[in-house]
Ligand binder design. Structure first.
Ligand SMILES: [Zn+2]
Length: 147
């Protein structure tokens, strides 16, 4: 009898716990995307396709398609990466990052955990005084009138 209980505990219970979501979201990424989104890399400045991109629409997460930023919050910061001064509520999570020896705030997609970039406050670039510095490769832009 015990043997069957162990079988149940080991093989049956973990199945729903292994969330397919996280695994699948990153599985379809190519090497370059994976380097930024999964391994928290940074694309070279002024190379991303959305750096100078200013159209009406929504920027979604490349990995899981969750909507992250509305185009009206995008602004030209001349920092070399797409910059936003606001996020879609609840779409982004923030984490302390000391990789460069000082504290930065890493931003990730709240749904899949994919790396987006960093957020900087107090630069006085916009009235909201915040800059989400996001890798283009972490994003997919969708026009407003197209679902
Ligand atoms: Zn995501």
């Amino acid at each position: 009898m015990n043997k069957y209980i162990y079988f149940f505990l080991i093989f049956i219970i973990p199945l729903p716990l292994i969330s397919q979501e996280k695994v699948d979201y990153f599985e379809k990424l190519n090497g370059k995307e994976r380097n930024v989104i999964v391994n928290k890399g940074t694309e070279y400045p002024n190379t991303g396709k959305y750096n100078k991109h200013f159209k009406d629409g929504i920027y979604h997460c490349k990995a899981c398609d969750s909507p992250l930023y509305i185009s009206s919050s995008k602004f030209e910061s001349n920092c070399g990466w797409p910059s936003f001064d606001d996020e879609i509520k609840g779409a982004i999570t923030r984490h302390s990052d000391y990789k460069l020896g000082y504290k930065r705030v890493e931003i990730c997609c709240a749904k899949c955990g994919g790396h987006l970039g960093h957020v900087f406050e107090g630069e006085k670039l916009t009235p909201k005084n915040i800059r989400h510095c996001v890798n283009s490769i972490s994003l997919v832009f969708k026009k407003k009138n197209v679902k």
